[in-house]
Design a protein around this ligand. Structure first.
Ligand code: TAP
Length: 453
């Protein structure tokens, strides 16, 4: 018997669609088809593969508003964010469309012959996507994988399958063969697990929680399967006394409450130098209260709902009676999984409010004495995905950027994701890099050929 899953609009709690869940047997069939399609796909002339990816990008662009509206309905993303996300898929496809014609090898000087390297595709790549950014995260896996000549099976999160299914339709309309790119909506424990255990899947790209990421890595070890992991974060936003405080305080809410805090790069720990702590909090309060929370389809909305009833209960559990709430913004009543932007002042970096990835609109503010303490506090976590540094001192900006153990640093900004540049985590925030030129290495294997002359 095949199960169905009701897709819920988190802003209204209404069912928007019902999606049939793929079984383990169907997953095996899809993987077998992807493996069979691989030799022909890798043999497509580089220019033709590039053109197919560009046509896919153009199809996404033509469908951008529809994709964005679908994400508003399915994930509760604000329409502005959802448009950016669909645009990111288009841009990522265009970026990697340049790759098939530039997958250069090397000629290495050796005695007695000629030595060449080739960047060979891996075969079938399994991409496992979380619910928080269904479109961009899917494309960061499938675009470089396809460009490098791999075939792809992709599992969207059970909660948010709609845009991934639409992207598969657009890919096929653009001429990418059905078996080269397949989207399999289903459970992680069924479809995702088969990607890990099936011997014909040669690589798994997983984005999600650190807990599940560890299981995936352990499962892949059995076949020494290649793996890229993009996991959780508890990212520091470090505000020094010499910063433009007005700018830092105005930007801080958007560094953490964007996507209702359901962002691996959310700057959910604000570390503020003691000498300006009171002034910073005075500036932060109106900025937080001013965040517009509500109907994600409204152009003016800045923050939508949380993804599900269960997730909101988890976020709420961090604020029992007597929790150190400094101030909160507003959120609508009635149906929808709403939660107000909330600022807390925990006792230290190891307090769960400051240490756990809550993945909701709760930000911890903590004071520090000097640069050395700021770095120690920023690094006192098992995570290492992103961080922001607010200062006018260029030397300090560079010193602290080098000292913080995180993959993506921004100075006087909260921007972490640019498709031209590598993205990924230190420590338990992940393994490997997505985006930019680095990602291609993750979807190819270097082959060395020596020719005796
Ligand atoms: P998870 O529960 O880890 O789920 C992520 C994906 O893995 C879902 O598609 C899930 O399927 C699947 N999955 C679950 N168990 C699995 C298993 N045993 N084998 C194979 N696949 C399995 O994470 P989430 O709650 O959806 O997403 C939030 C997390 O993602 C946060 O920790 C966040 O930081 C992280 N994240 C990281 C990044 C980067 S780039 N570092 C970006 C976004 C999000 P189901 O749909 O069935 O659960």
């Amino acid at each position: 018997m095949t199960a169905k899953f009701d897709v819920i609009n988190p802003a209204t709690e209404q069912v928007v669609d019902s999606v049939r869940l793929v079984t383990a047997e169907e997953t095996d069939t899809a993987i077998a088809r992807a493996a069979k399609a691989f030799p022909a796909w890798r043999a497509v002339a580089p220019g033709d593969r590039a053109r197919l990816l560009r046509r896919f990008a153009e199809a996404v662009d033509a469908d951008l508003e529809n994709l964005a509206r679908l994400e508003v309905l399915n994930a509760g993303h604000t329409i502005g964010n959802a448009r950016w996300e669909a645009g990111n898929v288009r841009d990522v496809l265009h970026y990697y469309a340049a790759a098939p014609e530039r997958l250069f090898g090397r000629q290495i000087p050796v005695p007695g012959g000629v030595d060449l390297t080739f960047a060979e595709p891996l075969g079938v790549v399994g991409v496992i996507v979380p619910w928080n950014f269904p479109m961009p995260i899917a494309s960061w896996g499938f675009a470089p994988a396809l460009a490098a000549g791999n075939t792809v099976v992709l599992k969207p999160a059970e909660l948010t399958p709609l845009t991934a299914l639409r992207l598969a339709e657009l890919a096929h309309q653009a001429g990418i063969p059905q078996d080269v790119f397949q989207v399999l909506p289903g459970k992680g424990s069924v479809v995702g697990q088969r990607f890990v255990t099936h011997p014909l899947v040669r690589k798994v790209v997983f984005t999600g929680s650190t807990e599940v990421g560890k299981q995936i890595m352990a499962g892949c070890a059995d076949q020494v399967k290649r793996v890229t992991l993009e996991l959780g974060g508890k990212n520091a936003n470090i505000v020094f006394a010499d910063a433009d405080l007005e700018k830092a305080a105005a930007a801080a809410p958007y560094g953490v409450f964007d996507n209702a805090g359901q962002d691996c790069c959310a700057r959910s720990r604000i570390l503020v130098q003691k000498s300006v702590y009171d002034r910073f909090m005075e500036l932060l309060e109106p900025a937080v209260r001013g965040v517009v929370v509500g109907d994600p389809g409204d152009e003016k909305t800045e923050m939508g709902p949380l993804i599900s009833h269960g997730h909101r209960a988890k976020v709420r559990s961090y604020l029992p009676e007597g929790a150190p709430i400094a101030f909160q913004g507003t959120a609508p009543d009635g149906p929808g999984y709403w939660f107000p932007p909330t600022v807390v002042t925990p006792s230290g970096v190891r307090d769960p409010l400051a240490a756990d990835e809550i993945f909701g609109p709760i930000v911890a503010v903590l004071p520090f004495a000097d640069e050395a303490e700021a770095v120690t506090m920023a690094n006192d976590t098992d995570y290492g995905l992103s961080a922001s540094i607010w200062t006018r001192d260029v030397g300090r900006a560079l010193r602290v950027s080098r000292a913080v153990e995180a993959g993506n640093l921004s100075v006087n900004s909260h921007s972490s994701v640019r498709y031209w540049t590598p993205f990924g985590g230190f420590k338990q925030s992940g393994l490997g890099r997505e985006l930019g030129p680095d990602a291609l290495a993750a979807f190819t294997e270097t082959k060395n050929v020596f020719i005796d002359t």
